[in-house]
Design a protein around this ligand. Structure first.
Ligand SMILES: [Zn+2]
Length: 271
């Protein structure tokens, strides 16, 4: 009998943005030309010993994406709302009880209102960052949406926020880990799968070039923490870099197989 519960894990791509290296990297290599950015939410679904979904098992959603209105205001098109896209995997956003918020940037928490029963799991430091003195500075404030942060304060007073400080287990086989770097309180998620530990880096590494080449994304709270974070992600994956999934790399949808026939290019299975 296996000791740790397993999950199937999917990335759901809900938006796309063409980008150039100089827009996304600190000190970009002039030979690095196009770095298209895809936008994802992720979901982990518990499996039984035979690899079938646990009857009555509770899916855990990681991040909620941005909505059409905010996307439009920032020049990004939403293909479909990610809360709706989860239905393609038989996950009903309205019934989800746990949402892990890797960080509070607009493209990770935007559809919080589509998860009416959810508790939101967040690092202490991320709430501190998003509501504290650093938001007096426009470069830090830029990727946050005031209404999302207000929504999280309302969720806090509604008893629906769960704070974490560092490494914590959310459910057997699934844990969060404070990484920092990109924001003060960004966390990554480690999940036990049929292939071993899978690490959803989220924006602790936007692209494969972060973990593979120590390149730096242009939105950063601490360069030191971002670089140390790459090492931490590799340690969490027990050295298997192929088990680390970056937050925005457009190659994710081609590197992994479709979650189901018909979902090619939008939902891919990561384990
Ligand atoms: Zn992001």
């Amino acid at each position: 009998m296996r000791s740790t519960p397993h999950y199937e894990v999917h990335a759901v791509k809900y938006a796309h943005l063409p980008r150039k290296a100089y827009e996304v990297q600190i000190a970009p290599d002039p030979h690095d030309a196009d770095f298209p950015m895809d936008y994802f939410v992720w979901v982990a679904i518990p499996l039984d010993e035979r690899g079938d979904r646990v009857v009555g098992g509770k899916p855990i959603v990681i991040d909620t994406g941005f909505n059409t209105q905010v996307g439009k205001s920032r020049g990004r098109d939403v293909v479909r709302n990610p809360a709706d896209m989860l239905a393609d995997l038989d996950v009903d956003a309205r019934e989800v009880e746990d949402v892990i918020v890797t960080h509070l940037h607009y493209d990770h928490i935007g559809n919080w209102d589509r998860f009416p029963k959810a508790r939101f799991h967040l690092q202490d430091k991320e709430m501190q960052f998003a509501t504290g003195r650093h938001m007096c500075k426009a470069p830090f404030r830029h990727a946050y949406e005031c209404e999302d942060i207000v929504g999280m304060v309302r969720a806090l007073y509604g008893g629906r926020l769960v704070f974490h400080d560092g490494d914590e287990v959310i459910a057997p086989g699934l844990s969060v880990h404070l990484i920092g770097g990109h924001t003060m309180g960004i966390q990554s998620v480690r999940i036990m799968t049929r292939n071993g530990w899978l690490v959803l880096a989220s924006d602790a590494s936007h692209y494969f070039w972060g973990i593979e080449n120590d390149k730096l994304f242009a939105i950063v709270y601490s360069v030191a923490d971002m670089l140390a974070g790459y090492d931490r992600l590799k340690a969490l994956a027990e050295g298997r870099v192929d088990m680390i999934v970056p937050g925005h790399d457009a190659r994710v949808t081609t590197r992994y197989p479709a979650s189901r026939p018909g979902l090619e290019g939008t939902c891919v299975r990561l384990d």
